[in-house]
Design a protein around this ligand. Structure first.
Ligand code: PEP
Ligand code: MN
Length: 351
């Protein structure tokens, strides 16, 4: 049996009672149409963590009834972001039971500690969704999960929303996806459902679909997608929000992909995986041979009083490898990271 995926969708922020009313009405058929495959949850940010004080900061507790009414109309749970204990208590008292911790909050252990320790009467009724921190720091992400677990919460999910890497950010997207971080999270917490926030990774409506598709191919347990009745006039994240019609198209596309993917589960995949395993065996044999040569070089350098680290030589190796990577369609920066690790191991061996 295929377990149901989770879909958290709705506007970046609740802006008015009318906007929440319209979004609920326009998503009703869409969500009902996919209810056999997806457990939907309606999202809307009430307290918005914005970098600039001049940006829209969210409507706060005033929006709680708008969100709750919209979710009731849709027949799905409501979810909102909480960063401070007062947000959590206000939303909990209003009846909300699904809370996400935003990237900026996960980055701050004091804030997570405060949220985890808040006086919530029925912890088993609550589900937490922990977004990855702003930068790729696995310990901050898992630290937030551990704090919630330690406080007695049992229903915990995580959300992969990509990383702000400044000048290293990968081109077209707002956040670098760094799927390796999502894979590492899954390895550490196989039992915790991991969703991908395709909207915040993509940053532009045009790219949301390809990120969502990739997430499904990677076996993620669900998606967070921002949907606004009229994205152009949204008060926050206008560029990345989908219209309800675009959400509908996306879900149909993913559903079609899912069935084809399932029927194609086949000998072909098994054969390809076998080839990967064999290639990995060869790769590791080569790495081990390389280390052995490094050890011999280390012996030579010691006998001739040469220093282990020869920067010019490494620079030459690195430049050659990065140029090679570029020619072969491999990201030179990634090639550099791999080469750095290999070189570090060689140096250690020589020492
Ligand atoms: C959000 O989901 O509205 C949000 C602010 O996301 P993040 O914390 O991922 O930036
Ligand atoms: Mn947003």
């Amino acid at each position: 049996m295929v377990t149901k995926k989770i879909l958290i969708c709705g506007p970046c922020a609740a802006e008015s009672a009318a906007q929440m009313d319209v979004i609920a009405r326009s998503m009703k058929d869409v969500l009902q149409g996919v209810s056999a495959q997806l457990d939907s949850i309606l999202r809307a940010g009430l307290w918005k963590p914005r970098s600039q004080p001049s940006s829209f900061q969210g409507v706060g507790a005033e929006g709680l009834p708008w969100l709750i009414n919209a979710a009731d109309y849709l027949g799905v749970p409501a979810a909102t972001e909480v960063a401070q204990v007062e947000h959590l208590l206000a939303a909990y008292q209003a009846g909300i039971r699904h809370f996400w911790i935003g990237a900026r909050t996960t980055s701050n252990p004091f804030m997570v500690e405060a949220l985890a320790g808040a006086p919530i009467a029925d912890k088993q009724s609550v589900t937490w969704y922990v977004k990855n921190p702003i930068s790729p720091d696995m310990n901050l992400w898992s630290g937030a999960v551990e704090r919630l677990k330690g406080a007695g919460y049992e229903h915990i999910c995580a959300i992969h929303r990509g990383f702000a890497l400044g000048e290293h950010a990968s081109g077209v997207y707002r956040n670098a996806p760094m799927w390796s971080q999502a894979i590492e999270f899954k390895r550490r917490y196989p039992a915790i459902p991991l969703l991908t926030d395709a909207s915040h990774i993509a940053g532009k409506a045009d790219h949301v679909s390809e990120v969502a598709e990739q997430a499904m191919r990677m076996g993620m347990n669900g998606l967070m997608i921002e949907v606004h009745p009229d994205p152009q006039i949204a008060l926050s994240d206008a560029e990345q929000q989908l219209t309800p019609a675009q959400l509908s198209d996306l879900l149909q596309h993913l559903a079609a992909m899912d069935t084809t993917a399932q029927t194609a589960q086949s000998a072909e995949l098994t054969a390809l995986r076998q080839q990967i395993d064999e290639t990995d065996d060869e790769l590791w044999a080569l790495l081990s041979r390389r280390l052995d040569i490094a050890r011999q070089i280390g012996d030579y350098k010691r006998r001739h009083g040469l220093s282990v680290l020869q920067q010019a030589r490494y620079e030459e190796i690195l430049q050659r490898r990065m140029a090679w990577a570029k020619e072969h369609g491999i990201d030179p920066e990634s090639a550099k990271q791999i080469m750095d690790i290999i070189h570090e191991q060689s140096v250690l061996k020589q020492l």
